[in-house]
Design a protein around this ligand. Sequence first.
Ligand code: PRP
Ligand code: MN
Ligand code: MG
Length: 186
Amino acid sequence: ASPLLDDVQEVLVSEQHIARRVQALGQQISADYRGREPVLIGILKGAVLFLSDLLRALTIHASVDFMAISSYGTGTQSSGVVRILKDLDHPIAGRDVLIVEDIVDTGLTIRYLLDNLRSRRPASLRVCVLLDKRERRQIPVELDYVGFEIPDRFVVGYGLDYAERYRNLPFIGVLRPEVIRDQGGR
Ligand code: PRP
Ligand code: MN
Ligand code: MG
């Protein structure tokens, strides 16, 4: 019996599927950035597990930095107002920057990040996201590397939380309805 697994209704993307896809993304990114040394920017906290696995799948030199942001809004509505809670440790001017995110949902977070980081004049700026919940998009964004497209369901695991729980599930899953009090807050 696992108090963690007991809350899961369904596995949407298995641990093995994630591992295989992350390896493929790592190979593709290594080929695309050959001869360059990108800085991977992980967006706290959701992207932490994906970033750590993707990093190990790279066969090129790469550095890592982190940003933490908070989006204001209640329930499923996000105001689009975003605040930086933790900024990068190092400047990115002239660097090849790859944003690493766990999920793009409405697109508000990634839109803000792209605008903010672009203003710092990186040599290049791309996005690598594990999950693309395209049906929920409010703002069109171009995603350079996508792990999986997923349907409009509230998912947790592999970094994604519900009320700060379930990030440590090794797969992407859907919670049992009785576990969820409020579907808001992705
Ligand atoms: C989640 C997720 C993305 C963002 C996507 O982060 O990790 O960063 O929301 O949603 P959007 O496309 O609608 O903007 P969250 O704000 O829950 O913080 P967390 O990563 O710390 O869980
Ligand atoms: Mn996040
Ligand atoms: Mg969250």
